[in-house]
Design a protein around this ligand. Structure first.
Ligand SMILES: [Zn+2]
Ligand SMILES: [Zn+2]
Length: 652
């Protein structure tokens, strides 16, 4: 099974908002709104700037996983400054647009925002003017002054503002006292705290970033408000560095590059979150799958193939039906009243392959891998490019083994994960994800099983001298995990690979084997993913490589450009030779000039371009340009073949 999500660090390292394609952003923002609203309750004192715990559910591959993101708001001072800037933003907008209705404005990672209800919509062009007004206010405002206010006075103060009135109603339900903060002419309902000294703002750096739509309280049934985002850091250098990273991430957006390279498309007739891979995209996807298959085959996994739909009964036994039914897509049959579902993970079906024969201790481990399509019912608004899909597969595989085999299985899987990540040139670290003993209701099985399985995993890490961090509360519902957190070329962290121990599902499906002593025992189940979902990983890789796929992954590996028509024959001969060796070649004998063809090779980020002219034919050689290394000059074809063969085979 695999977990597809960014990690906490990703949030903190601040790519979050630029990478709006990821669900996390949306969820986090909603949570921020919620926690903000909660914190705004008078009497909430400093709760707003305390580390905020965000809980996000993921349901990719085998199971739903609750991830807790401890967003340590960098430091209290910075968060106070960001929050205070939100007030100044509110004040600036109010001055410029007196009839605007103000909603809420919290501090967030990297900055702040404020939500407004404008009578006439504003655009990004208005941000400069608003920012200028904020800078004026920074000079003018002396302090943020707190005052207690009765419900009645508050209602008077915010008369005609349905958002504030709704908040006043909510906050006073339990009889708590309301507080306001006044900065200059602007008074807002708020529990504080803010900067103690205006120098805290003056010494920092901020910039209004952009405008976005946001539903009141994050609920799509409510009115869409205008959200103005601002960035704020302690220094100008930090702000500039952040903006630079955001721009780099935007330039590498896999949706943009995927379109430019013609890798995948979406169709309204097919539906949201259901990508169609072009022949080029299908090659990349297939290469990723082939590599995972090659790696897992080497440690004894056999590929199986299983159906996309199955009876609800299967998920009732596994426990998914009860907890996660709402995220599964129902399938209707004309011939039976029985409930069917499109499967969101392979694990329960794999138990049935195991259960199809009687197993002896000698048969174990049984290792099964599967690339069947999986489906999950995502909210259309949360879908994004290849990173959040409704249809995808997983290099999710399962090993059924004896307890004494667990260690070897884990070590073997760790070995191939390390190998894969080295190939993809991704750094990583290992996280031991444990259950939260204070919330046993969130997990299947009791303390005894958890203590046992967690100890097994931790012992493996210690014995093998593998460095790791412990993460309480991040286990899967059925067992502890070793999560491999990888870092891409932009320094963003992703959890892609995972190995999980499951003592519960085999029990629920009553799986058995006959042990040496003749006793019937329950096998253990290991869920693991090398790169998780090939489709999502493809999205990550596009950004990681900025579209410059290494030779083995590139949809077109070599482009051949004959300078003139009389060079076509020689070009085609070379092309045929390379194709017979298994290379993907585009021999461009179409009309058009050489310059255009070479440009096309560059635009398509093709690793090698071969130019054929008189001199090459005369010398029986080829002129080669490498995408990454520039001109390689005139080469012997054999010499070139040796070079690229090695490069492809080694997945350099
Ligand atoms: Zn699984
Ligand atoms: Zn405030």
């Amino acid at each position: 099974m695999a977990t597809n999500h960014n990690t906490r660090q990703n949030l903190i390292t601040s790519f979050l908002r630029a990478r709006k394609q990821f669900l996390l952003k949306r969820v986090t923002r909603q949570n921020l709104i919620t926690s903000f609203l909660r914190a705004r309750k008078p009497g909430g004192t400093a709760s707003r700037i305390a580390p905020t715990k965000h809980e996000i559910s993921f349901f990719v591959g085998a199971i739903f996983i609750k991830i807790k993101l401890n967003i340590k708001m960098e430091n209290e001072k910075l968060m106070r400054m960001r929050h205070s800037l939100a007030h100044l933003l509110g004040g600036a907008v109010k001055e410029l647009y007196p009839d605007v209705l103000i909603a809420t404005g919290p501090a967030i990672e990297n900055g702040f925002y404020y939500d407004f209800d404008f009578s006439t919509p504003i655009t990004d062009k208005d941000l400069g003017k608003i920012e200028q007004k904020m800078r004026e206010l920074i000079k003018k405002v002396k302090s943020f002054d707190k005052a207690e206010i009765s419900k009645k006075d508050a209602e008077k103060l915010f008369k005609g503002n349905p958002y504030k009135l709704e908040l006043i109603e909510e906050y006073t339900k339990d009889g708590k006292v309301l507080t306001t903060y006044t900065s200059g002419d602007f008074t807002d309902l708020c529990a504080g705290p803010h900067v103690e000294n205006m120098d805290e703002i003056k010494n920092g750096a901020f910039k209004l970033e952009r405008i976005a739509g946001a539903y009141w309280k994050g609920d799509e049934n409510n009115k869409m408000l205008t959200r103005i985002y601002g960035l704020a850091f302690e220094t100008k250098d930090e702000l500039d560095a952040y903006i630079k990273r955001i721009e780099e991430a935007k330039a590498r957006d896999h949706k943009k590059i995927g379109k430019e390279l013609g890798l995948f498309v979406f169709s309204d007739l097919v539906g949201p979150g259901l990508p169609l891979y072009t022949f080029k995209g299908a090659i990349v996807r297939r290469e990723i799958i082939n590599y995972s298959n090659e790696l897992q085959k080497a440690i004894g996994y056999q590929e199986v193939h299983t159906p996309n739909i199955n009876k609800a009964e299967l998920f009732k036994v596994s426990g998914h039906y009860e907890k996660y039914k709402d995220s599964m897509i129902k399938a209707l049959s004309n011939y039976t009243k029985e409930e069917y579902y499109l499967k969101p993970m392979n694990c329960p079906q794999h138990t049935q392959i195991y259960a199809s024969e009687s197993r002896s201790y000698r048969d174990l481990p049984i290792r099964i891998a599967d690339f069947a399509n999986l489906y999950r019912d995502e909210k259309p608004g949360e879908l994004s490019g290849l990173t959040r899909l409704r249809c995808f597969c997983q290099d999710d595989a399962h090993a059924f083994c004896r307890e004494d085999q667990i260690k070897e299985e884990f070590v073997n899987v760790l070995g191939v994960i390390k190998k894969a990540l080295a190939t993809y040139k991704m750094e990583y670290n290992i996280r031991l994800s444990l259950w939260d003993p204070e919330k046993p209701e969130k997990y299947l099985g009791g303390a005894e099983v958890w203590d046992k399985s967690q100890k097994i995993l931790e012992d493996i890490l210690i014995e093998n001298k593998i460095e790791y961090v412990r993460a309480v509360g991040e286990a899967a519902i059925y067992g502890p995990k070793m999560d491999i957190v990888t870092k891409d070329s932009l320094g963003r962290e992703w959890q892609i690979s995972t190995i999980q121990l499951d003592l519960i599902m085999p029990e629920r499906f009553k799986l058995t084997y006959t042990d040496k002593d003749g006793k019937i025992k329950t096998p253990m189940m290991i869920h693991r993913a090398i790169i998780g979902s090939p489709e999502r990983f493809m999205g990550i890789l596009i950004e990681h490589y900025s579209g410059n796929f290494p030779l083995w992954l590139a949809p077109v590996q070599i482009k051949i450009v004959p300078i003139r028509e009389n060079h076509n024959e020689y070009a085609e001969k070379i092309s045929k030779e390379l194709e017979e060796l298994g290379f993907r070649v585009d021999c461009d004998t179409n009309e058009g000039n050489m310059g255009g063809k070479v440009r096309d090779a560059k635009n398509n980020k093709i690793p090698y371009t071969i130019i054929i002219g008189d001199k090459d034919i005369e010398a029986k050689k080829i002129s080669v340009e490498s995408r990454d290394k520039g001109q390689l000059g005139q080469l012997d074809l054999k010499e070139f073949i040796e070079k690229i063969k090695k490069e492809k085979e080694n997945r350099e």
